[in-house]
Structure formats: C-alpha cells, structure tokens
Design a binder for this molecule. Structure first.
Ligand code: PDD
Length: 281
C-alpha cells in the first residue's frame, strides 16, 4: 500500500524519516485517526480542524490549510483504491515539528514532517457490542494539555497495556480529585436517571470527534450534556459507555470488578449507538 510523506506518494515500507526527527526524539508531534466507511473519510473536516488547532497550540510551523489537507487525504485513499484498507480501515496522519540537531528548544524555520497512510480496521465483534466490555480505572498521569492530540502517549500506552494484561478493554482515567476524565484512547459517558454525562471539553481531555457528534445529535427521551462526574458516580451509574473513532459507542458493563447495570449494555447506550450509526448514513 501507498503512504504519503512530505509531498510524495511512496510504498509504505519505503517511507522513512530522519533519526533526528523531533517526533521520534521528543514526541514533538500531532496525530489523527480518521475512520473510513465505504471508502469515505468520516467527519474529515472535524478531524482536520482539531489537528490544525493542535498544531497551532504547540507552534508547529505548518502552512497547509484545511482544503489542501483534505485534498491530500483524499489522494491517499485514491492511491490505495486496490487495497481493502481504503474501504473500511482508517487514515493515520502524523505531523511532526521536523528534523533538527537534537536540542529541546526549537526554531520556527523547521520543515514539518507530514505522513499519512492507511491502518487496517480494528474489529469489535457483534458479540462484544451486544454483551459489553470490562474496564479498569487508573490514575490520570498525563499533562495539562490533553486537548492536544500529541504522540506523547506514554501514560496512555502503559495504562492500556495494564488493561490488556488484566483482560479488559480500556483503562479509565481518574484525576487527583477523583474526577473521571476519559479513557486511555476513548471518551467516557455515564447515564444517571436519564441524564447522560461526559467530561466537558477542557484541556483535561481530548475532545473526541465521536464524543462531539454524540453531543450534537438530538434525543427525545433523555439529555446528553457536558458535566464532570466522580469515580463514585461511575461505579453507581445506570449505564457506562466509551466512544472513539474505531470503537464508535461501546457499552462498559464491568469496572474494577464491579458490575454496571447488572452486567448488561443499557438501553440508552444502544439508542445512542443506533443514532450514531444513522448519522453515518
Ligand atoms: N484515540 N481520548 C483519547 C485520549 C484518545 O486517544 C481518543 C482517540 C479519544 C476519542 O477520540 P475520537 O472520537 O476523535 O477518536 C479520546 C485514537 C482513535 C487512537 O489513538 O487510536
């Protein structure tokens, strides 16, 4: 399959970046994962907006605008037309500050490194969607700018690995004041007496695209709003679900060995997932 690297389309296994790239040495970079449904990039503009905001926030010297980026994204899909990944995989984008002799501080004249290529689909079985998944809670050991989708993911990957070793799907982060922020690679929602809550889009979380679409949709018999909630609220919730580009909406029925909704995916979780799927079409 074909990757994009700094203006060129080349075979993925031939795409190479410098050992002095700051993305490699410092995690000095931003990324996005955009899902393909039937060969179409889902919520492309929302993803690119978030990426450009992040690039701006960490002062990467980047000159492409939204339209130019959109064009490149679509070209990557086109170049890969003959591969199944271009139908139902995801587009991975990473933009680093660029390569320079190693030094923490940076200058504004660096040439950013831009890569794009397709990832295969992560499969979540129908059984898992129906029966729900388990999660653990972990301390949120990240920094003050979680709103930036940076590739500095050590706390995330170590937490996810611990979740995997415990046989569960996700680690849900608990901040110092017992507040739930989000998952290691997902946003978290709870349902309490017909009110659906998720952490407000502050710098304490990544404002997920799936999350933001769910907040934008209209519902008849319940409300979805941004509101902080605690570890106890999570344990006592009527329903819990997580959202991400690859997971869409996934019910969580067990947290730290405590059952949620008697271990069943709840009705509001199912309704929200259905509504999200309708929005896809
Ligand atoms: N992760 N929170 C974090 C920390 C994430 O890494 C992600 C996504 C989300 C959900 O965001 P979205 O709905 O935009 O995918 C929330 C991606 C998929 C990843 O790292 O692979």
């Amino acid at each position: 399959d074909i990757a994009y690297l700094n203006g060129e389309f080349i075979k993925r296994d031939q795409a190479k970046v410098s050992i002095e790239d700051r993305g490699f040495q410092f995690g000095d970079s931003i990324y996005e994962v955009i899902k393909l449904y039937d060969g179409q990039l889902f919520a492309l503009e929302r993803h690119l907006h978030r990426m450009l905001k992040g690039i701006n926030r960490i002062d990467i010297n980047f000159n492409y605008n939204l339209e130019e980026l959109k064009k490149i994204c679509k070209q990557v899909i086109k170049k890969n037309q003959d591969y199944p990944k271009s139908k139902s995989g995801s587009l991975y984008i990473q933009i680093t500050r660029g390569a320079a002799p190693r030094s923490h501080e940076f200058t504004s004249d660096l040439e950013p490194t831009i890569i794009m290529y397709l990832l295969p689909t992560k499969k979540y079985s129908q059984a898992l969607r129906k029966e729900g998944a388990a999660a653990i809670t972990m301390p949120d050991r990240r920094w003050e700018l979680c709103s930036v989708k940076s590739t500095n993911l050590l706390p995330n990957i170590l937490s996810k690995q611990e979740a995997k070793e415990k046989g569960v799907i996700e680690a849900l982060f608990v901040a110092d004041n017992k507040k739930i922020t989000e998952g290691s690679s997902s946003n978290v929602f709870i349902v309490n007496e017909g009110v659906v809550k998720t952490h407000p889009a502050t710098d304490d979380i990544l404002n997920g695209i799936t999350r933001s679409i769910i907040l934008d949709l209209d519902y008849h018999d319940f409300v979805v709003r941004e509101e902080k909630f605690s570890l106890n609220d999570l344990y006592d919730a009527d329903e819990v679900f997580i959202t991400s580009t690859t997971k869409e909406v996934l019910g969580i029925v067990e947290i730290d060995d405590k059952k949620i909704n008697n271990g069943r995916v709840g009705p509001i979780t199912q309704k929200i997932h259905q509504k999200f799927k309708n929005y896809l079409n």
